[in-house]
Design a protein around this ligand. Structure first.
Ligand code: FAD
Length: 395
């Protein structure tokens, strides 16, 4: 971290998000991400000048070189606004793709795609889930990549490819060895989005909104898309293993972003509770129910934060396998806290909570998916419960 303490960094980012960031955020809430792009890019330059760029990257790559635990703390402050992570170029799915390509792409792929991604000049997406198969079982997919001399020919159908609209490339997960054991069948391959045969069918309507640019989820098709074999990330059949490695830190990033959302929702809830009067001199804050919601939210957010920081430390010290149980626990636990805190904050605002006067309604729609993406609640609970019970088994 060049000359900045973590506290300095957090203060600076908070000042941007609570200052000029609020006006840009309002445009995103009112008119959508695409309409706000000019203001977003201008503010991004300001953030870059402050030295708060790409907290997850090393200084050698233009980033801040934070540890995962430090980054988790920064991610919390960025999560206070829907624009926070994008401003620092650490938004999903690009951050996961950067980490993946940094460790597993060969130097020519890195020079062509990773460098501009790290500099924020292009965006990327990640195409794994298919409408025809349960995404909860990630080894089950129909998209294939067939070897033809020095090329792969890719055919398949994906959806919920976040940010495909306007992305320069996607990393696609495709089956290269259909007869191999399930976890060895798929491979990750970089596909530039201007390759013939790649198409965006539509930005999917999600909770009544089609979205655009970074804030969208697309249905995409690969119709005999031909790319060189050198576009492969890692080795053939390593796709599932790499996807798991990509998801570990990704879940910590999501959870800390959700804590940031919770904190902003908590502030909004408390501010509204003391300002809104049910009758003259009778603020909402005097009601037991509201006091209980505030107390429960405070305890739940603080507990979730400690759990997430503990998981981040475990991941850093013991690696993805060693931290598997903590990661599962934070994923479903924090998503549930997020949902409860947002719901209480909206309830305290009454009808206003459903409008674009605050980001609460935006988050309610956009973050319902928190209990589904990167593994639905039930999958994480099952895997944690199973791992714990294994230790009690007598035979
Ligand atoms: C906002 C959002 C963004 C996304 N972005 C991307 C992206 O960029 N790239 C990408 O490839 N995918 C993306 N996805 C897809 C996501 O990864 C899948 O939605 C997820 O893996 C679940 O798969 P599914 O939707 O097919 O649900 P299914 O697998 O059909 O599961 C449906 C439901 O079944 C239940 N269930 C599943 N397994 C079990 C079990 N073992 N025990 C009990 N109940 C179970 C759960 O309640 C689950 O919600 C995104 C999804 C969302 C919502």
């Amino acid at each position: 971290m060049t000359g900045l303490t973590l506290d300095d960094l957090v203060q600076r980012l908070r000042a941007v998000l609570d200052g000029p960031g609020r006006a840009v955020e309002a445009v995103v809430l009112r008119e959508g991400w695409k309409a706000a792009l000019p203001q977003l890019h201008a503010l991004r330059l300001e953030v870059k000048r402050l030295g708060a760029w790409a907290p997850h990257l090393t200084p050698e790559h233009g980033g801040m070189g934070l540890s995962l635990v430090q980054f988790a703390q920064v991610s919390e402050v960025l999560g206070r606004s829907p624009i926070g992570h994008w401003l620092c170029n650490c938004q999903a799915p690009d951050i996961g793709n950067m980490e993946l390509m940094h460790t597993h792409a060969d130097p020519s792929l890195q020079a062509r795609w990773l460098m501009p991604l790290m500099h924020g000049e292009i965006r990327s997406c990640f195409a794994m889930t298919e409408p025809e198969h349960a995404g909860s079982n990630p080894v089950w997919m129909s998209t294939t990549a067939v070897r033809d001399a020095d090329d792969y020919v890719i055919t398949g159908h994906k959806w919920f490819t976040t940010g495909a609209d306007g992305a320069a490339f996607t990393i696609v997960m495709a089956v290269t060895a259909p007869d191999a054991p399930p976890h060895k069948r798929a491979t990750m391959i970089v596909v530039p989005t201007d390759t013939p045969g790649f198409s965006i069918v539509q930005n999917i309507m999600v909770m009544g909104e089609r979205g655009g640019d970074h804030a969208s989820h697309a249905e995409v098709r690969f119709d005999a898309v031909r790319v060189p074999v050198t576009n492969r990330i890692g080795s053939e059949g390593q796709g599932f293993e790499l996807a798991q490695a990509r998801l570990g830190p990704g879940r910590v990033h999501h959870c800390m972003r959700w804590i940031g959302i919770c904190e902003r929702a908590f502030d909004l809830m408390c501010e509204r509770a003391v300002q809104r009067e049910l009758s003259p001199g009778e603020p909402l804050a005097r009601r037991d129910t509201v006091q209980h919601w505030v107390a429960e939210s405070r305890a739940e957010i603080d507990a979730a934060r400690l759990l997430v920081l503990d998981a981040a430390l475990a991941l850093e010290t013991r690696g993805p396998l060693g931290a598997r149980e903590q990661i599962s626990a934070i994923k479903f636990h924090t998503a549930a806290v997020l949902q409860r805190v947002l719901d209480r904050a909206i309830q305290v605002h009454g009808a206003m909570g459903l409008t674009d006067a605050t980001p609460l309604a935006f988050w309610w729609a956009h973050e319902r998916g928190a209990r589904i993406y990167d593994g639905p609640d039930e999958v994480h609970k099952q895997s944690l419960g199973r791992a714990i019970l294994k230790r009690y088994a007598t035979s």
